[in-house]
Design a protein around this ligand. Structure first.
Ligand code: PLP
Length: 361
């Protein structure tokens, strides 16, 4: 048996639905800023309990525009985590600000004490990532932000649908950013992203920023880039939002089966009471990570390390900025993401579990 980490091909029933909605877009011909975009923006904002959603062309753009909307740039510092996809740091760096990397706890999310230690008079914002589908310690982060008068921009790219104390990821910060690239839990069939806010002013600013800083389609009032979500991706996301709760449920079922089978032999993901993880990835931790990965590969099981290089250790960042990463260094050597998408079959999961159990025997 061969188990792929993830299979992005679209099965026949969904394919018909998506082709139908793409057909409608081709028919009306409003390929940018079409009615499906505003409908998706409204429905996604509602889903997350927010007033406004601005669709953009990627999660990276979402983060960049969010920083710009808050006026963050040169001479400013933004504190984020050490462990994330590099887009988080790049958005900060490209805005002109300096990313400062805080340490993580064993749950792979930001350590709030580390964040507080790294604050200086240049700090303007905290950008927490809800890593691997688990909302970070957002209450403590919000408290720190309030105490030091800082903005909070959530990078919720990996956690759409995840909850903490009943509130959805993306409902906490001044702004919340999502990636909807095909790998993400709510994915389009191409690049896409979104920003959420409750502020009318920020909503209007973001609309201006996502189209070259223009108002009324012509007058440029601020330097920016083009980063709009196209209508076809919005139409696809609208369809996928309808069935999204089912996707989360399925991923949670798969995670529960792994938990039960593996909790005695590796560290399985934490889900405290009051939390709903969305399991963007099912990330285990083990001291034998490299050997296990090789063994699974030899048995045709594809796994991934998300993300093997800490952001402050990337060549582009190394030696440039401040960081705390003592625990992150330990943890990043132990993490391994197992195949756990909603398309994983019972048979495939049984095979993966079997092989992991065999390895440790
Ligand atoms: C995927 C991801 C991004 C970037 O999203 P893109 O749509 O690929 O640009 C940013 N942050 C995190 C945490 C991500 O996982």
């Amino acid at each position: 048996m061969k188990v792929r980490f993830m299979n992005l091909s679209v099965e026949e029933n969904e394919r018909k639905v998506l082709l139908g909605s793409i057909g409608k877009v081709l028919e009306h011909g409003i390929l940018i800023n079409g009615p499906e975009l505003s409908e998706f923006e409204q429905k996604f904002a509602n889903y997350c309990g927010r007033k406004y959603c601005v669709g953009v062309s990627s999660g990276t753009d979402a983060l960049f525009f969010a920083l710009k909307a808050l006026g963050i740039g040169f001479e400013d510092e933004v504190i984020t985590t050490s462990l994330s996809w590099i887009a988080t740091a790049n958005a900060i760096a490209v805005s002109g600000a300096t990313p400062v990397f805080a340490d993580i706890d064993d749950d792979l999310n930001l350590n709030p004490q580390s964040v507080e230690r790294l604050i200086t008079n240049k700090t303007k914002a905290i950008m927490p990532v809800h890593y691997a589908g688990r909302v970070c310690k957002i209450d403590e982060i919000l408290q720190i932000a309030k105490k030091y008068n800082l903005f909070v921009i959530e990078d919720a790219s990996q956690a759409v649908g995840a909850k903490r104390n009943g509130a959805l990821s993306g409902s906490f910060g001044d702004l919340a950013c999502f990636s909807m690239n095909p790998m993400k839990t709510l994915g389009a069939c191409g690049e896409a992203g979104a920003i959420l806010t409750n502020s009318l002013e920020l909503n209007e600013k973001l609309q201006m920023l996502r189209y070259n800083g223009t108002i009324n389609k012509e007058t440029c009032i601020e330097f920016s880039l083009n980063g709009r979500m196209d209508t076809m991706q919005a139409a696809i996301l609208l369809e996928r939002l309808k069935t999204f709760e089912g996707v989360i449920e399925k991923r949670r079922e798969i995670a529960a089966i792994y938990d039960e089978a593996l909790k005695e032999i590796v560290e399985t993901p934490i889900e405290a009471s009051g939390e709903i993880n969305s399991y963007y990835s099912y990330t285990i931790q083990t001291d034998k990570r490299d050997e296990l990965k090789k063994y699974l590969e030899a048995n045709d099981i594809e796994t991934k390390i998300q993300h093997p290089i800490l952001m402050p250790n990337q060549p582009a960042y190394n030696g440039w900025t401040r960081s705390e990463k003592l625990n992150a260094e330990k943890v990043v050597a132990k993490i391994l993401c197992l195949p756990a998408s909603e398309k994983l079959t019972q048979q495939e999961q049984g095979y993966v579990i079997n092989k992991i159990v065999n390895f440790f025997e």
